[in-house]
Design a protein around this ligand. Sequence first.
Ligand code: MLT
Length: 267
Amino acid sequence: MQEPINGFEMYYEDSGGAGLPLLLIHGFPLNGRMWAPQVAHLRDRYRVIVPDLRGHGRSEAVHGPYLMDLLAQDLNALLDRLQVDEPVVVAGLSMGGYITFAFYRQFASRVRAVILAATRAGEDAQAGKENRAKTAQKAEEQGAAAVVADMLPKMMAPVTYERKPDLVAQAQDIMLETSREGVIGASLGMKERPDSKPTLEKMSVPGLILHGADDQLMPPGEAESMHAALAGSDLHILPEAGHLLNLEQADLFNQQVGRFLSGLERR
Ligand code: MLT
């Protein structure tokens, strides 16, 4: 469904079950469709809310930059719109993780627990910031598809490209739904994101950290550092999985998420 949220037309799905609410935040340059295996697994038991961030998927392609704080405010406005009063489990993959930190900084009382997948707490180093600017420029000059073509070979584990070509094609389709404005806005927004290590150290909610052993974009060491900083968190490194581990190892991913959520319900 698409409706005006925080000044733009946001597409979201709310699979409206009665259980604990979950907010699934996609990565870049992706959209809520990347969470299909998780929605299918969780929707009978939980209320699963899956937005497309501004400029991504079926949401409106507004101009950026999309600061992580702004994207978190969009999601807060969505929860208001949906009248979700109880704290939610916020799950973010990669850029979705950066937004989870920004959400926690601004709206901690709305967070029941966090799931951090294929992400990292640190800000970009200088070279990384320069690359963000180059990505935005490339999208400006050549369109979003040129950036997708650069990124696609790094999004998954080498073994996924060999053995699961249909999954690679599916990821490519999803990535190609990102608008030029979305690629520019998100790249410039990620470039400006602050260091979230202090946020992680102060978090007082349960956390599950999941990472692919063969993530070509972020080494598993990032997940280990987050695990050390987030008191009481669980960490699982999934084998034969890259940056899109929730698709590449959907069953293992769902198992860990299911176990974590059942544990939360027992607390
Ligand atoms: C993502 O998957 O969201 C991006 O790889 C994050 C990033 O570029 O830092």
